[in-house]
Design a protein around this ligand. Structure first.
Ligand code: NAP
Length: 273
């Protein structure tokens, strides 16, 4: 597994982590695939995808419970847990309480990275960032970040932090969704913020793409592996594909430690322009 620097921290995290949307349900809990999901996440951890992304929103918290079970027995300091607070919980004490509930569901003592899931214009960002900073001060979270923030939102958020900085912006980024390349990615690069790419496989569409399949032949890699490798060769970018099928987990873990060549990157970018 390749590792990349987390923000400006000198801490290194895996270039490919595991997403968990739909693991444990979507907007409501779903217990039907718990066993399979736990096995898949454990397989991914064994293969080096030691970063897991979840959220209090996913399955109304059940995704966090599954993650908590999946990490049992793995050394805590080798695993990097990311979770997110819902936009409706961005008031100071709502946010502190939401983090405490996430800790309980995850059954851990601290969250490695806590993200604001999306901006909420109804709640002053200053209040939210002060609560995020307090969580850090108290050791409840190690690092903080944002998700679905544009450049202005990031600037605002950073302005309200006294002692620390955000280390991540989690945004949609894939060959099918490249809007971040105009402003968000350059800002992240310039300010040493990690861009955590969600929906990196375009919800699975890129894994079935004929052009990427062709490109992958000479590397003996699949379309999904090409799509993920294209993302992580970008400065500051890591990706969090979600997979429940073991075959997919293994493929995703093997999308690092090799590189597409310059000509193929150009061909791919032209094709998906
Ligand atoms: P995604 O990772 O782009 O795609 C997931 C789909 O791709 C699943 O159907 C999965 O199938 C399939 N897949 C995974 N690996 C594959 C492979 N090697 N070959 C073929 N198919 C493969 O989409 P996503 O789940 O929407 O996004 C990833 C994660 O980002 C989420 O799980 C979540 O953690 C995060 N996210 C965050 C936000 C936000 O607002 N911050 C929004 C969306 C997503 P199987 O599951 O059947 O294996």
């Amino acid at each position: 597994m390749e590792f990349k620097e987390l923000g400006n921290t000198s801490i290194y995290i895996p270039a490919i982590g595991m997403g968990t949307w739909e693991i444990g349900g979507t907007f409501y809990p779903d217990y039907s695939l718990d066993k399979e999901a736990i096995n898949s996440l454990r397989k991914g951890l064994e293969l080096g995808m030691t970063l897991i992304d979840t959220a209090e929103m996913y399955g109304k918290g059940h995704s966090e419970e599954i993650v908590g079970k999946a990490i049992k027995g793995f050394p805590r300091d080798k695993i990097f847990i990311v979770t997110k607070v819902l936009p409706e919980n961005l008031r100071f004490y709502d946010l502190i309480n939401a983090a405490e509930r996430s800790l309980k569901r995850l059954d851990i003592d601290y969250i490695d990275l806590y993200l604001i899931h999306a901006p909420n214009l109804q709640i002053p960002l200053k209040e939210t960032m002060e609560a995020m900073e307090k969580l850090c001060d108290e050791g409840i979270v190690r690092f903080i970040g944002v998700s679905n923030f544009d450049v202005d939102d990031m600037e605002q958020a950073r302005k309200y932090l006294a002692k620390i900085d955000i280390v991540v912006n989690q945004v949609e980024y894939s060959l099918l969704s490249r809007d971040v390349e105009s402003t968000i990615l350059p800002y992240c690069i310039a300010n040493k913020i990690t861009l955590m790419a969600y929906c990196p496989l375009g919800r699975g569409v890129l894994a079935r793409d004929k052009f990427l399949t062709e490109i992958g032949i000479k590397y003996k890699k699949t379309a999904a592996q090409v799509a993920l490798n294209w993302l992580i060769q970008k400065e500051r970018v890591i990706a969090i594909p979600k997979a429940i099928k073991i075959k997919h987990i293994i493929e995703n873990a093997n999308s690092t430690d090799w590189r597409l060549n310059k000509e193929d990157i150009e061909l791919i970018e032209k094709h998906f322009n």
